[in-house]
Design a protein around this ligand. Structure first.
Ligand SMILES: [Zn+2]
Length: 368
């Protein structure tokens, strides 16, 4: 039976408990999930709900779907590197966050009497939650840093969310949201284990779309690192179920202006030390103290991957290089593309490398 398990003290909680962290303060993960089963896939469903058997939702009537998941995988060549680019920006609200929001809001939809949820976000997660919550009449209160990009703020607002802009660093918005959780449920894309659970579907889709083969490498832009972690968990499950016979390598790319995971990895630390953040065009990954940093570092090391950093200049160039291929992605997403140039030497010519295009270009102003 699936349950929430604390990553620090191993305390467990039932899957319908309305909690977002352990009593000890540790982050939770959903464990004892049903085994991944190829025969249980709903083949005529072209959303992530084709993997419904892994998502622990009791009743179909609670599913909240706007058509997320099963995104296209494009074969491109960028900087001389052949890449399978998974077009997550084609998601209903324009970013991969819809995977987590759809699964989390479906579970919240099964809870009795939940009327309000709160979240803090640099933009994409807030927009995604606001959309899914709006579709079932759930009210949202979203705390965003005042410097979040205009298009993202407009997107959150048009879904009807109550938008609170918070001056100061990204962490100030998180603190404001934590305070609000005294009375309302915290539908956090970072802390909430139901959100993380939805991100695993990315791994399932990649393997299915590659004809049930495992890719060699993954390259992610990393701030909180939850997308990388969710995908990693998905691969672990498929390995346990005998669907694949090895794990891919996971590579994380951060910006030089905000690179706490890079610093901790390089120094051999098990935990991420909070850092002050500089300015960067990649606002979506300007995260100084990722709560799941320990698990992200572990995944990178276990998979024999690494962490790289890139400059804003390289990010802007990468965004433009992708646009010349007809792919308009936001700067945060272009961070992974910029990392490819440096990663090239670590990849074999025959390798299958997958990179998510995490968010669309219309999400942020175009930097020059
Ligand atoms: Zn605990």
């Amino acid at each position: 039976m699936a349950k929430f398990s604390c990553t620090v003290c191993d305390t467990t909680y039932p899957p319908d408990a309305e909690i977002w962290h352990c009593e000890c303060g540790g982050v939770l993960e959903m464990t004892d999930l049903p085994a991944f089963d190829r025969d249980a896939i709903i083949k005529e469903d072209y959303t992530l709900w084709r993997y419904r058997h892994t998502l622990c939702l009791e009743k179909d009537e609670h599913i909240v779907s706007l058509g997320e998941g099963f995104t296209s995988m494009l074969e491109i060549n960028i900087y001389g590197v052949p890449i399978h680019a998974k077009a997550e920006y084609m998601s209903p609200t324009g970013s991969y966050k819809d995977r987590g929001a759809s699964v989390m809001v479906s579970h919240l939809n099964s809870f009795d009497k939940l009327r309000w949820v709160v979240e803090d976000s640099s933009g994409n997660a807030g927009a995604s939650l606001a959309a899914y919550a709006a579709s079932v009449g759930l009210k949202t209160r979203i705390y965003v840093p005042a410097e979040a990009s205009g298009p993202k703020l407009s997107q959150i607002a048009i879904y009807g969310a109550e938008l609170h802009t918070v001056e100061g660093p990204r962490s100030a918005a998180e603190e404001a949201a934590h305070e609000a959780t005294n009375k309302d449920y915290y539908a956090s894309h970072v802390y909430n284990p139901l959100f993380l659970m939805g991100l695993r579907t990315f791994a399932y889709e990649v393997v299915e779309q590659l004809g049930w083969t495992v890719p060699d490498n993954f390259v992610f832009p990393v701030g909180q690192g939850t997308f990388l972690l969710g995908a990693y968990r998905g691969f672990q499950e498929m390995l346990a179920a005998g669907i694949i016979d090895r794990m891919p390598k996971f590579f994380a790319v951060q910006t030089r202006a905000c690179d706490p995971i890079f610093q901790a990895f390089r120094r051999g630390f098990n935990d991420v030390q909070p850092l002050a953040a500089g300015r960067t065009v990649a606002e979506g990954i300007r995260i100084t103290d990722p709560p799941r940093g320990r698990q992200v570092l572990q995944a990178l090391r276990e998979s024999e991957g690494t962490v790289l950093t890139v400059t804003d200049r390289e990010v802007v160039r990468a965004q433009r290089a992708m646009a010349r291929l007809g792919l308009f992605i936001e700067p945060t997403s272009a961070v992974a593309v910029a990392g490819l140039r440096k990663l090239d030497k670590m990849l074999d010519d025959e390798d299958v490398t997958v990179m998510p295009l995490t968010g669309g270009g219309l999400k942020a102003p175009v930097a020059s």
